[in-house]
Design a protein around this ligand. Structure first.
Ligand SMILES: Nc1ncnc2c1ncn2[C@@H]1O[C@H](COP(=O)(O)OP(=O)(O)OP(=O)(O)O)[C@@H](O)[C@H]1O
Ligand SMILES: [Mg+2]
Length: 362
């Protein structure tokens, strides 16, 4: 159910590296600049086709090399599935699943659910809605199988609608009206999938996870679909405004969610440490839901876990992580600095020491 083998080539500062991770906990430790985050980034890249820290693909390729490559074996029940991804400096991505070339990143993503937590991830609560939508849609993608097609087709129509709003050919109003029926149908479908996912997410998050952490009592999730009531009439009402803006202001591409604690937005009331804990709770809940609904083991990458976490918060993080059966890859400068998180979990743990982009075997 886990990644049983990983090998990287010319990825960031890593020239060539291979290892067999544990299905439970993997600690990646080493000095600053040794390649710990790069290793996590490679696992993320395998599932998402991009990095979690940059949009510039070229920077993932080791300096002066032509392409970066990540290969892995994913165990699903009693099948070991070889998968691979490479990207060259021109931006061309090649995918392989079980020896066959594939053009669909979604096939690889479906096989390997990967989430990441970095010291900056708690900005999810402060930043714009894009990152929150990304978080939500990752779960919806894995659990609601019809979502991806609806989302992909919706985006094609949205792109077309926005192009018409921007270029305004002579009959643009009629053309937009023609496409709006399908726009509304797909928007409603996306919203139904998101709401179905959220209601199952809420049940797990509040009943199994949040209840373990007293500071989160009274927490509430509010979902915004991206429009209110009837989308068709909102599109009509907003039409003149959208023409001026040159893009569509109502629809599922504007969806968002927020958390409230005792009636206040969490970002205004919780401390940084508490927000970090809430973020762990969200990621653990999401992985647990994916695991229970798809029977696939998810992967959780945690970069620089000890950063800014006090002892008590570390204990709470440990209790939260113990609630999911995800394969964990955790980085830290020293292995000792996370023993307070790892030891109480009583799961098998493998240690990997990274130095100058290589694994040190003792
Ligand atoms: N494309 C690249 N080619 C070669 N080296 C690179 C490339 N991109 C980044 N590096 C180098 O890779 C090294 C490893 O970076 P990484 O961020 O993985 O380190 P780290 O172990 O996570 O360090 P820290 O503990 O400071 O977070 C750094 O020295 C960085 O300068
Ligand atoms: Mg790092």
């Amino acid at each position: 159910m886990s990644l049983t083998h990983l090998s990287l080539g010319d990825f960031r500062n890593i020239e060539a590296l291979s290892f067999d991770p544990s299905p439970d906990i993997n600690i990646i430790y080493g000095a600053n600049g040794s390649g710990k985050t790069s290793l996590l980034e490679a696992i993320y890249f395998l599932s998402h086709g991009k990095s979690f820290r940059t949009n510039k693909h070229k920077i993932l390729i080791r300096h002066e090399q032509a392409r970066c490559v990540v290969h892995a074996k994913k165990q699903i029940h009693n099948l070991s599935i070889p998968v691979g991804i490479s990207k060259d400096s021109a931006g061309e991505t090649k995918l392989k699943i079980q020896g066959q070339s594939s053009r669909k990143m979604s096939e690889l993503a479906q096989l390997i659910p990967v989430q990441v937590i970095t010291p900056e991830s708690y900005e999810l609560f402060f930043g714009g809605p894009k990152e929150r939508r990304k978080f939500l849609d990752l779960g919806v993608f894995h659990v609601e199988h019809a979502f991806f097609n609806a989302w992909r087709n919706f985006n094609k129509i949205l792109k077309q609608r926005n192009a018409l709003l921007k270029s305004r050919p002579s009959n643009y109003a009629e053309q937009i009206k023609y496409w709006d029926r399908e726009y509304v149908r797909l928007a409603d479908e996306i919203n139904i999938h998101r709401k179905a996912y959220i209601s199952r997410f809420e049940a797990l998050f509040f009943d199994k996870i949040v209840c373990q952490i007293p500071i989160f009592s009274g927490l509430e999730l509010r979902y915004d679909a991206g429009w209110k009531d009837c989308l068709a009439s909102q599109l009509e009402q907003q039409f003149e405004r959208d023409v001026k803006l040159g893009y569509t202001s109502k629809g599922p591409h504007k969806a968002d969610f927020s958390f409230y604690s005792q009636g206040h937005a969490v970002e205004n009331i919780l401390s940084r440490g508490q927000l970090k804990l809430l973020l762990y709770a969200l990621k653990v809940a999401q992985n647990s839901l994916i695991e229970s609904e798809t029977d696939k083991q998810s992967i959780l990458l945690i970069d620089d876990l000890p950063s800014e976490l006090g002892e008590e918060t570390m204990q709470s993080v440990s209790a939260l992580l113990a609630l999911c059966r995800s394969q964990l890859f955790i980085t830290a400068i020293t292995a000792e600095s996370i023993s307070a998180v790892v030891e109480p979990m009583q799961r098998a743990c493998s240690m990997f020491h990274v130095k100058h982009g290589s694994l040190i075997t003792k």
